[in-house]
Design a protein around this ligand. Structure first.
Ligand code: SER
Length: 318
């Protein structure tokens, strides 16, 4: 049976590349992109698009019925930094979009759901190095609280109603195609753009702030891999720890200097420093590696080379 897939939040940083990859695998007409706004040209021209307000149940159900959707990737969310500015809105979007999709799945209209969680579910009392799958979780951001609550609800809907929902705790995601919006880890994307365009970057996190990160290609692979795994091998129905690399602003700057020797980095931390300080420095993702064979392919060096190469082409720099 062929899959019909709906991506909600398809115009965001991860949604854009995920939609393009799913279209490549499943055929463009089987993957419906949706968002509250239009996305970039490549996404809009590569297949069907529908406007959806993820917090409006009828809007989501209408599109699911129209296209006979059987798999949903719910990528719409307000991230950590923006969430602190609009706490009520962040809570409303992050929770109600999830309830809408879980309830539609419970009614039997869709067969499988992907919903991303985040390293933001951890907080200042969590062990910071090699953070285990099961540990103290006292998140201090609205975003983190919403993701932690969401994880509990995913597990609840699986146990009570048999909803096949799968989730991973993304670290900071680094990519060149579509910009991230409103995250604490966004510095690690901005730095590459500014290194090429201005030769300098002022980091909003201080130089020794080490955070778990991952290149987009790995994040997309993990997402598609967990969705293609046999249900019995998904042993965790809240959300899986997932990791690739951890580095500081100083270390990423050193890597960039290998390609752009005159690159200058300076540091001026803002409110996002507190958020970063509450998160883990590295993550133990052995359960994902054991249960469904997760492996990452990009380290800091390979990622940096790939980012700079792709952005040079994007900006028409020789
Ligand atoms: N990249 C996200 C953020 O910084 C973490 O999930 O908010």
């Amino acid at each position: 049976m062929s899959k019909t897939i709906l991506v909600i939040g398809a115009c965001g940083q991860i949604g854009t590349e995920l939609t393009l990859k799913l279209r490549e695998i499943n055929g463009a007409s089987n993957v419906i992109a949706s968002d509250i706004r239009e996305g970039d040209k490549e996404l809009m021209q590569s297949g069907p698009f529908e406007f959806i307000n993820a917090i409006d149940y009828d809007s989501v159900l209408g599109i699911i019925t129209k296209y006979n959707i059987n798999e949903v990737y719910l990528m719409a969310a307000m991230l950590s930094a923006t969430g602190e500015k609009f706490p009520a809105k962040a809570w409303e979007l992050n929770m109600n979009s999830l309830f809408n999709v879980l309830n539609i799945a419970k009614e039997g209209n869709i067969k499988k759901v992907f919903w991303p969680s985040s390293i933001a579910v951890f907080g200042p009392t969590t062990p910071k190095e090699n953070t285990p799958q099961e540990t103290v979780m006292e998140p201090s951001t609205v975003y983190g609280i919403s993701k932690q609550a969401g994880e509990r609800w995913c597990e609840y809907y699986f146990n009570k109603f048999g909803v096949d929902v799968r989730s991973i705790r993304y670290p900071g995601i680094i990519s060149w195609k579509t910009n991230p919006g409103g995250g604490t880890t966004d510095y690690a994307v901005e730095i590459y753009h500014e290194a090429l365009l201005k030769g300098a970057y002022t980091s909003f996190l201080n130089k020794e702030t080490k955070l778990p990160m991952m290149y987009m290609d790995d994040a997309i692979d993990a997402t598609i891999q967990i969705m293609n795994t046999k249900p019995e091998n998904i042993k965790i129905r809240s959300s899986y720890n997932l990791a690739a690399i951890s580095f500081t602003p100083e270390e990423i700057a050193e890597e960039i200097k290998k390609e752009i020797p005159d690159f200058k980095i300076s540091f001026k931390s803002d409110f996002r420093q507190n958020i970063a300080d509450s998160w883990p420095k590295s993550i133990d993702d052995s359960r994902a590696r054991e249960d469904w064979g997760w492996q990452h392919h990009f380290d800091l060096k390979k990622m940096s080379k790939n980012m700079l190469h792709s952005l040079k082409i994007k900006y028409n720099l020789s």
